[in-house]
Design a protein around this ligand. Sequence first.
Ligand code: SF4
Length: 355
Amino acid sequence: MKELIGLSKEELEAEVINLGEKPFRAKQIWQWIYFQGVKSFEEMTNLSKDLRQKLANSFTITRPKVITEQISKDKTHKRLLEFTDGERVEMVYIPEEDRGAVCLSTQVGCAMGCKFCHTGSQKLTRNLTAAEIVGQFMVARDAYHEWPSPTHETRYLSNIVVMGMGEPLQNLENVAKALNILTAGDGIAISRRRITMSTSGIAPQIVPALKATGVRLAVSLHAPNNELRSQIMPINKRYPIEKVLEACKSYQSDDGSRYITFEYLMLKDFNDTPECAKELIALMKKYSLRALFNLIPFNPWPGCSFEPSLPEKVKAFSQMLEKAGFAAPIRVARGQDILAACGQLKSKTTLPKSS
Ligand code: SF4
């Protein structure tokens, strides 16, 4: 049986033609899956019974299975999802007042090994397929009853952040394919400008990734120099800050309107000093980057050796950046009590796997 979710429009059309059907049937199937959100061929009522049976004989439309759900005090919702081979990832829904973001994972575990990240302590098992990435969002849509795809702007699931488990640029082909499905106007239809993809800094992939997806870029910077950054992000030895910022620069020279978000985790007595802020400002000016910062209070997890910066230090850091002309909001930590916050996701639990 072949999975239909995750196929591009062209691939879906080729499958339909293979079944001896007219190409326009592919369009109808696409809309049933991604606009109506149906879970079975039986529900595709504008297809003949015969075609529905043929589809059911050869194909599946599968969502990841929800294994556990946790809701934090601030209503952040974390779900542990399982794929058909038993591998698992976490998917988080972060509600705002009138909308919300779904945080998608792109790999089972992560090879980057960032020292502050809970996911990074879980070794990379495998890349997720496009179907598995899209499927996470479809599970969220099911949960919030947002089928058919809302055409108005007041939807619960308005934004996507590709910031869950994994380094998306190490799985670019599948991530780009998934994002193209998630943004297709006749289906799930999330606008590309409402999607942010975050990288730890795989410099050579930055420009190709943005060309392939057209979404917004966030870079996990977390330090103003190579000495500090290499201590917390091993990838920095391979692609030091200069290489990452040069790639950011060429991304911006292609499209002057794009701002880049630099994620900066505030770690006590490590990267939160006024000297660090000064260095960071100098760095941005050197590369003339149109940048904004997201200052992230650190979310401790069991066994990590870092502590969160004191709130007054975070505030002072933010003020220095703002004074230099860079927006630098302090992000409110969400879902901290259920380990759903940034860098806290992990799917290898002690729970038994479902059969
Ligand atoms: S921060 Fe991102 S890239 Fe780094 S280990 Fe965690 S999931 Fe991987």
